[in-house]
Ligand binder design. Structure first.
Ligand SMILES: N[C@@H](CCC(=O)N[C@@H](CS)C(=O)NCC(=O)O)C(=O)O
Length: 213
């Protein structure tokens, strides 16, 4: 099994975190020739990372890969057994993908397209609000009391809310959602979270250095 992509990408870090939470870290590699090469596009026509190769299976899309790894690898299940709990974990992941991810794109492009930042900040505030609405305040993890698919999806996205803070007050967006802010503090202090954040920070620093050089 091989996962193609770089650790800065929240979509690559998501299935990587899932594999780590299951106690079997999947091998990570950059695709030779890059993600726009004809060889990569033949396996993954979206030309995006991540891509998981497992024998004959070539699987794109972070959440699909995350759920495949959860089913295929031994270790703790990262979806609750009960139907309602599983639906809530899937809901948190979906709210993150549908609302946070496009907003993050707008924030990430903020330096080149500052005119898009206010709408992206507003969209991110709304996305965080939707997730806060559905979370239970007493839960230690994103949902429930153990690491789930929801934590694997949120941690690498929340990394950027810390990393982009400065001219764009992205940390304040979290402070306005106390339940999520408390979850984020716990996630950052956890082994899985701290490792993921350190690796994304190193990836971001390398990307910035490459842009300047
Ligand atoms: N919906 C996809 C999104 C993947 C994605 O956007 N990956 C970015 C890296 S963060 C990428 O490969 N971008 C390259 C491009 O769009 O050319 C997923 O969840 O896997």
């Amino acid at each position: 099994m091989k996962l193609y992509g770089g650790k800065l990408s929240p979509f690559v870090m998501r299935p990587l975190l899932v594999s780590r939470a299951k106690g079997a870290e999947v091998e990570l590699a950059m695709f030779e020739g890059g993600i726009k090469s004809p060889e990569y596009l033949a396996l993954c026509p979206t030309g995006k990372m991540p891509l998981l190769i497992d024998g004959d299976l070539a699987l794109p899309e972070s959440q699909v890969i995350a759920e495949y790894l959860d089913a295929a690898l031994p270790g703790p299940k990262l979806l609750p057994d009960d139907a309602a709990g599983a639906a809530m974990v899937r809901l948190i992941v979906r709210l993150a993908d549908v609302y946070m991810v496009p907003a993050l794109g707008g924030l990430f492009r903020g330096r080149e397209q500052p005119e898009g930042v206010p709408a992206a900040m507003q969209a991110m505030a709304e996305g965080l609000g939707y997730i806060e609405h559905y979370r239970r305040s007493g839960d230690a993890f994103a949902w429930g009391n153990s690491f789930s698919q929801a934590d694997a999806a949120l941690i690498p996205l929340f990394f950027f809310l810390d990393a982009l803070d400065g001219p764009m007050p992205t940390k304040a967006l979290m402070a306005a959602r106390p339940g999520l802010a408390a979850w984020w503090d716990r996630a950052k202090a956890s082994n899985l979270g701290a490792q993921a954040i350190a690796e994304q920070a190193a990836g971001l620093a390398a990307m910035m250095a490459a842009r300047q050089g």
